[in-house]
Design a protein around this ligand. Sequence first.
Ligand SMILES: Nc1ncnc2c1ncn2[C@@H]1O[C@H](COP(=O)(O)OP(=O)(O)OP(=O)(O)O)[C@@H](O)[C@H]1O
Length: 359
Amino acid sequence: MISEQTNVHSSEVTDPILSIQNASVTYDDGESYVLNDVSLDIGRNEIVGVVGESGSGKSMFAETILDAIPDPGILEGRVVYRPDGGTEIDVLEQSDEGLRSMRWEQISMVFQGAMSSFNPTMSIGDHFHDTLDAHDADRTAGMERARELLSDLYLDPERVLASYPHELSGGMQQRALIALSLVLEPDILVMDEPTAALDLLMQQSILILLKELREKYDLTMVFITHDLPLVAALADRLAVMYAFDIVEVGPAEEIVDDAAHPYTRALLNSTPSLNAPLEEMRPIEGQSPAPINVPDGCSYHPRCPLATSECVRNDPAFETPSPNHAAACFHWEEAREEIALNYEDLLEHPSERPGGEDR
Ligand SMILES: Nc1ncnc2c1ncn2[C@@H]1O[C@H](COP(=O)(O)OP(=O)(O)OP(=O)(O)O)[C@@H](O)[C@H]1O
């Protein structure tokens, strides 16, 4: 087991509720890394957005938090959970029983596609009953909380509890799933692409509701998505993943205004925006590496316009563009000067993105 943090960056958190330390996930007897020595602290009551292209390891990161890596993946490293006023819990050292009670009661997860999370033959109310019963929670108090949560999410509690999943729209299902994930009063909500199947207006209203829930229930949230501008409007901090590792982390506003890693700048420039002329929209050239084929040195170097022989040879350590902002790039200063950002106002006007109305 790895106990020392070797890949630390300076995006520091004063009161971390969760520390992921040197987490690695391998398949094929260690041949392919799908998470490579990732460390991140999550602050109490913070919303952290984890972003990156498809296949960059975001889901592996989410699953690491609850020791839920699909078999036969091997997870190494440490995940420390610090309940408010309680003793530290080493998540990866928990027994199956310990993990079972921790999931939902302390750390809850919501995945993309509510339809596949709900049992189609059970009403939404039965899902709440089952969850409360499985954790020996008081049904009366639990259902009272369920009704309150459903109202917080602008759903009619009685109607939704009596409905079967297919009787609800996609947006209603996803909100009901968020309510279900919060019914046992967890401290932390981890969401993996929770709004990806929804139209942009519904995505945005769910994000506003999540912010309200964070305030009301003192929640900490980890929101995983490929959609950087979407989560930038919600998150306090962003962590950007490339090729199974975090390459940049910092305050959301700072990352959107002036990202320091060439990959993050490319990701921002590849975002559709009505404000930017079409010819300025640049998809990121090349392909992100497969797990068995991660380049030596900086893994982004084959796609990076600023790469030098140093980037081919050496893995860059984290640099600190500002005290709470870290980027693993030898050339972050040049990146800021030479890779112009071509979008505007994404934080203020996310609905102006193409597809915002009718996706
Ligand atoms: N069960 C598995 N066995 C082996 N490799 C896997 C398994 N699940 C995922 N992977 C690989 O792990 C890598 C990271 O996958 P992950 O799902 O974490 O990416 P992601 O960033 O969440 O992508 P997406 O947005 O497409 O879900 C991918 O290359 C994927 O092919």
